[in-house]
Design a protein around this ligand. Structure first.
Ligand code: ADP
Ligand code: MG
Length: 734
């Protein structure tokens, strides 16, 4: 008998079958090993009918159904009589009709005989609506029964990711052949490891995953592969952490008097959480290797003060600190508020400045050349202890005298590569603190930001008021929009200010990702849009000249010149504007205490965490906040469910779970942030939390005893594979 190994080409199990090409070209599978690791997406129980909700039109469905009728019909095509066998099936949910076409009566009747009423099978086809009822187009079927090959079917049928003209049973058959013939599948997990972490050997796991008798068996097989994947991933991350440590960094132990002068001037007491994290940062900055920490905390939890204190400590140690903000508006605002908090401490070297003070520079892309040059000189001479800026800080022309700490505000806009660019500007790697208001479940942080340790600020500073959030559904109640504007007028009458947020800038141009006909929402569902989305310019015109006439309104969006944006933000902060109509440029960090109400138009166009961030702009000054999510999404749609979730809780961690569960994994682990997009196969960061945690421990243990993994050649090779592919992705992109 021929011996087949995982390296053998798929041809060795397909023979001459024309399906081989489909597997190679459609699925990118070339070896038997790759075929065996083409895991089922799910299983269908052959005993029970599938639960089928409303599918998307065009979606390829595989369902277990029962035939309720089958009949041969004739029709004329040209001069020829043609035959159509019409089969109706029911599932636990929808019923479908399937049409099988044939040129001969005999063939048509044999279809009907294969699928008599009462028989069951697995039916595959594209979901379509025809004459008001659901159809499976271009149907194929695998009937369950006593005869032929179907009797050997297990009670659970694996459903594999497919490609055009390749059906579930093609894969079931060929994978079965492969499992029979293949010998010697090397196991990257040694017997000792398998025993210690209680997972199956690779051969047993493969058999169970591809041909389980029940869900327990399938689960046991899957568990092994998830653990393996998590372990390799955690090994890569642990090695990255080790490499970071090995690079060394300058210990920043303070010494100057800036931080204590600042603390003395603070108009409030730090919360216990702020003090605790401050202590952690102090200890880590004093280490001779780089700090890499993620600081999470709800909007308004006081992260900036924590970060500023770390920056001051670095300045006290003779180094410089950079704060990287995602937008110009935010950079300007940080610059203003940090300068204000520091007061005369921010006027180092100036007349009237405090002796222990420093200079706080600002660097953004829209600054004039002269202003930029001035800032650059302050940075390279070391005169500026602190610089706040946007992506402009990453440019090559930017040089520091001694960059000791990089603070990244709102990580989701910055990726691995940007971090590396700034890191490269310091003589030795700087310490890094990443701040985010989007709470990230622990395992996600460990996987995406596997080289970051995390801290969480849980309490809000005193004086924070609750935010009430309501969904305003315009499909059911279109007249409610006028109530919304009334409410806005009431708030303004009370002397408060209001944000109105739109998904678009202008109505006459389509933004990226928009179209008037078909669109795909976050869940990959096709939705039809006929109504244009709310747009800042159009809405401003409409409101200022109508419903909100007499109120002081202004616009803010990304296409305005930087100084106009800055002017508008200042005016709003100063209370000179009642209603600010803007895009999401106000999403992060903007802090106007007198703003109490936020109206989000076409709120379903925003993601869960974005909505949560946005509403965090109100309720900041001790006044209760109100957030109105205006939407045309119909009840029961995923879009509407997202809004209901946001309205139901202000717990950011809860919401980030909702958000992550609704997104596909690829988006969760965006390649820009992790480089792991392509390598996650069986693992789901939320579902597999326990596995990931165990794998993290395992990885640390393994590396502790054997840093090069020389006793685990299989694991070492898998790790090297990922490291090589990430390196090349990284190089490709830079
Ligand atoms: P975040 O960056 O986490 O959204 P900030 O650091 O911008 O929050 O803080 C929000 C507001 O709360 C700021 O006006 C800040 O001065 C204030 N603040 C921070 N810490 C405290 C505290 N311990 N007590 C009172 N106010 C605080
Ligand atoms: Mg902030």
């Amino acid at each position: 008998m021929v011996s087949i190994t995982p390296e053998s080409p798929v041809a060795s199990v397909f023979g001459r079958s024309p399906k081989r090409k489909l597997v190679e070209e459609g699925l990118g599978i070339h070896t038997v090993g790759e075929l065996l690791r083409h895991f089922p997406r799910r299983y269908v129980q052959t005993k029970e009918l599938s639960e089928v909700g409303t599918p998307e039109v065009g979606q390829l469905l595989s369902v277990v159904g029962e035939v309720t009728s089958s009949a041969v019909k004739t029709f004329q095509r040209g001069r020829k009589l043609q035959f159509r066998t019409e089969v109706r099936i029911r599932t636990n949910g929808l019923s479908f009709s399937l049409s099988f076409f044939s040129p001969y009566a005999g063939q048509a009747h044999s279809y009907a005989e294969q699928m008599p009423p009462g028989s069951r099978g697995l039916f595959t086809g594209k979901a379509k609506i025809f004459n008001g009822s659901w159809q499976l187009e271009q149907p194929h079927q695998l009937m369950f029964g006593e005869d032929g090959e179907t009797e050997t079917l297990s009670k659970l049928l694996p459903v594999y990711p497919l490609t055009n003209r390749l059906y579930v049973w093609d894969l079931i058959k060929v994978i079965r052949v492969a499992l029979d013939l293949v010998t010697d599948v090397p196991d990257v997990l040694t017997p000792a490891l398998r025993e210690r972490y209680d997972v199956l050997d690779v051969m047993t796991a493969l058999r169970l995953v591809h041909g389980p008798d029940d869900y327990a068996q399938a689960g046991a097989g899957q568990r092994r592969f998830r653990f393996e994947e998590a372990l390799v991933l955690q090994l890569v991350l642990a090695r990255r952490r080790a490499a970071q440590r090995a690079l060394g960094a300058q210990a920043r132990t303070g010494g100057g008097g800036l931080l204590s002068a600042f603390d003395e001037r603070l108009p409030f007491d730090l919360t216990a959480g702020q003090r605790e994290i401050g202590e952690v940062l102090r200890a880590e900055l004093a280490q001779p290797h780089p700090m890499n920490r993620l600081l999470q905390g709800e909007v308004g939890s006081g992260k900036t003060v924590v970060a500023l204190r770390a920056m001051l400590r670095v300045v006290d140690s003779g180094g410089q600190a950079a704060l990287l903000a995602p937008t110009e508006v935010l950079a300007q605002q940080h610059h203003r508020s940090i300068s204000a908090m520091l007061g005369d401490l921010a006027q180092g070297g100036m007349l009237g400045g405090a002796a222990e003070g420093t200079t706080v520079a600002l660097l953004t892309g829209s600054m004039s050349k002269a202003a930029k040059d001035e800032a650059l000189a302050l940075l390279s001479s070391g005169e500026a202890g602190i610089v706040i800026g946007t992506h402009a800080l990453l440019e090559e022309s930017v040089a520091f005298a001694d960059l000791g700490l990089v603070v990244v505000d709102e990580q989701h806009r910055f990726g691995v590569k940007q971090r590396a660019a700034l890191t490269g500007k310091a003589g030795s790697p700087p310490h890094v603190l990443v701040m985010t208001a989007t709470p990230i479940p622990r395992t996600v942080a460990m996987t995406i930001f596997g080289d970051l340790e995390t801290s969480v600020l849980t309490e809000l500073p005193a004086g924070r008021a609750p935010i009430q959030t309501n969904v305003v559904p315009l499909v059911d109640q279109p007249q409610w929009i006028s109530r919304v504007w009334e409410r806005v007028r009431e708030e303004v009458a009370k002397g408060h200010q209001v944000y109105v947020v739109c998904p678009r800038i202008s109505g006459d141009t389509l933004e990226e990702g928009e179209s008037d006909q078909l669109d795909v929402d976050d869940d990959g569902e096709v939705i039809t849009k006929k109504v244009p989305l709310a747009a800042v310019e159009d809405l401003h015109e409409e409101l200022a000249g109508g419903t909100l006439q007499g109120l002081r309104t202004a616009m803010l969006h990304g296409r305005l010149p930087a100084e106009a944006k800055d002017r508008t933000m200042r005016a709003f902060a100063a209370g000179e504007i009642d209603v600010l109509i803007s895009t999401t440029v106000i999403e992060v960090g903007v802090d106007v205490h007198n703003a109490t109400t936020m109206v989000l138009l076409d709120a379903d166009r925003f993601g869960v965490s974005q909505l949560h961030q946005l509403r965090g702009r109100v309720g900041r000054g001790g006044l209760p906040g109100l957030c109105l999510l205006v939407s045309r999404a119909e009840a029961g749609t995923p879009a509407r469910e997202r809004l209901d979730a946001v309205a139901s809780t202000t717990d950011g961690f809860e919401l980030s779970r909702v958000d992550l569960e609704q997104r596909r994994e690829g988006d969760v682990l965006g390649a820009n942030q992790s480089g792991f997009r392509s390598s996650l196969v069986t693992l789901r960061v939320l579902r597999d939390e326990k596995t990931i945690l165990r794998a993290r421990e395992a990885a640390d243990e393994l590396l502790h005893d054997d840093a090069d993994l020389s006793t685990y050649p299989g694991l070492a090779a898998a790790v090297a594979d990922i490291e090589a592919s990430q390196h090349s992705e990284f190089v490709d992109k830079s």
